[in-house]
Write a protein that binds this ligand. Sequence first.
Ligand SMILES: Cc1cc2nc3c(=O)[nH]c(=O)nc-3n(C[C@H](O)[C@H](O)[C@H](O)COP(=O)(O)O)c2cc1C
Length: 274
Amino acid sequence: MADSQALLNARFGIEQPGTEVPDTIVPLLDRRVTRRYTDQDVPDSLLDALLAAAQSAPAKSDLQQYSVVVMRDKPRIKQIADWIGTMDWIATAPVFLVWCGDMRRGQRLCAMHDMPHANNNMDTFLNTAVDCSLAMAQFMTAADAVGLGTCPISYVRGHIERVSPLLGLPNGVYPVAGLTVGWPVFRRPVSMRLPPRVVVHRERYDDSALDSEIAAYDRRRDARDPVAAGSLKNKDIYPTRDGVGWSENVARQLSVPERFGFGAYLKTKGFDLA
Ligand SMILES: Cc1cc2nc3c(=O)[nH]c(=O)nc-3n(C[C@H](O)[C@H](O)[C@H](O)COP(=O)(O)O)c2cc1C
């Protein structure tokens, strides 16, 4: 049996007497993203196995409404890294995947069978995003299991008007996230999460203790891994100063609209979102 309390302490900054972590799920508690890769390539045979694991994820009604674009061409990966500008780890990855929600395939299946596609709506949009996310998550777990590192890149959506034509994404297909894949140069520290009692609700939703829980979480994070000046959000609007905790940095980020053109973009790609 694993040293459960050490693992839980690393993940939450608190011990949880009573929680026993079976050895088989230790890698899940111990995971973290990778933002620097060696020059070593990822063989196609291995990549294909990881993609097969991803395709083994559950999918809503077995509709399988997602696609993934595999990029190995360094100049094309660097092009995306350059557009994003602030994430140089993208260009060090030998493989870059773009995970896409895909309503188009279902529309084509309906056309193949001479039926209308009557589900161009918000529910289908959500289903495509969920199918896609589950597959990406399963890919990441499989990659971790063989010692590879990964990092999701939502910023591809910040440059969607250029990324989409680069990948030839047709109507009905949109990027959910990119994913860098490669052999880690080093493992980052475990990132501390909110305590389970904030995220896990028993029988009924209850956030009545949120204020005090967040204050304590901010203090725990600050003691281990204070928000660095370089990680402060929206410095052009809010002053740079010491002592900004996790929750204030979240508020700094969420107080400014992010990718507010995304809905309009989806409409140009044929999504009704009704
Ligand atoms: C949907 C999604 C999008 C993300 N986008 C980015 C990104 O654009 N760039 C990046 O460096 N990390 C990105 N991340 C990684 C998160 O920043 C990271 O998971 C978080 O800081 C917690 O760190 P950990 O995964 O090591 O625990 C993303 C993660 C998710 C799930």
